[in-house]
Structure formats: structure tokens, C-alpha cells
Design a protein around this ligand. Sequence first.
Ligand SMILES: [Zn+2]
Length: 226
Amino acid sequence: MAEATKRRILNFHGIGTPRRALEPGEADFWLREERFLLILDKIANHPDRDRLSITFDDGNTSDLSIAAPALLDRGLRAEFFVLTGRIGETGSLDSDDIRALMQMGMSIGSHGVAHRDWSTLPTIDLQYELTASKATLEEICKITIGSAAIPFGRYNAAVLKALRSAGYSTAYSSDGGSAEPLTYLRPRSSLRHSTTDDALENVVSGRMPPLKRLRRFAGMSARAWL
Ligand SMILES: [Zn+2]
């Protein structure tokens, strides 16, 4: 399948001013509101709009206060991956917020409990991250939660196996590039404060420089099978 015909999944984190203390290195993943709205306009007006998907990680309050209304204004929908350990904390979504997102036509998935690197966790802790977050969200949303976004994009074969065992039918990584429709593991491109207009254009159009593509393929293959 040609790259241009595949899906591209754009991943966002926080928008605007954070309402909580950020993790080390997190600030670059927050976008100014004007920049975010400009990117949404680009997506909404793109000829391949139907092949572009949008996700949000971490469950920041900006998901509901900024992102969701802006998506609706443009006829767009997105999937929001929530950290259940932060639900109700200052700066993070609470249960009512999560239900409000659903009522606006948005989808909800798990990002785990405590934003840990799943690839380094002992099996029992990994299982807890996957099953406890799923159960909490199912209690709040009253629907089956079938998708998860892997924190920091760090995974290996054990993580993918544990996700399947915990009942997830879709796992989102951060490997960049394009995604085959309906595959289990779906690579996303995370947009950062430092993402240039050229890099943004490559993400939206599904273009990837050849060397980057080769590295990505090698990395994904190693993580999935070794
Ligand atoms: Zn995250």
C-alpha cells in the first residue's frame, strides 16, 4: 500500500497553560492554543482528511476545555487516552469530564494508571497498569475500553502480549509514519512545541524521509518480535 493511502494518526498532549506540575521533558509536548488551532484547521481542510486520525494522551483538562470544542467546530472527532491515576487531580480530567467528552462524540482509551514506562515494569505491575486503568474507565464510561496508548511510546514484545491478554484490541505507539487501517499496533506522530512547519507537513501528508523510515521499520520490528 502506498504511504499516501494509509492512515496518519496525529497525537497531541496538553494545549495552552498547564494546570499541574509537568514531568521532566514534558514541556515540549505542550502546544500553544493558536498553534493547535492552526494544526486542526490544516487537518480539517486537508484533501486526505478522511485518512487523518487524532488522539490525545495524558487526560489533561485542556482535552475538554480547549481541544474538544475546537474539534467539534471543525467537524472532527478524536480519541482521548486517560491516565486513571490522575483522574480528578488538579489539571487532569475528572469522571464527569470524561463522560462529557463521550457525549461530544469522542472516544476514550487507556494510557495506564501512573504514566510509567511499561517496557521496564515487572509483569505484575504491567498487568496492574493495564487492567486497573481499563476497569476504572469502564466503570466511568459504562462501555468496554478496547484501546490503549503506550506511555512514552516505549514497548516490547512483552508489553504487546500483556495488552492482548488484558483484552485490548488496539495499541497506539509513537513510532511516527503511517498506519495500516485496522492493524493491532498503530504508530502515531506526536506533535511538539518544537515541531517545524516542514515536519508537520510531512506528518499530515504521510511523507517520511527514507533514512527515518528505515530506522523506524527496524525499531518497530525489533520491539515487536525480539
Ligand atoms: Zn503520556
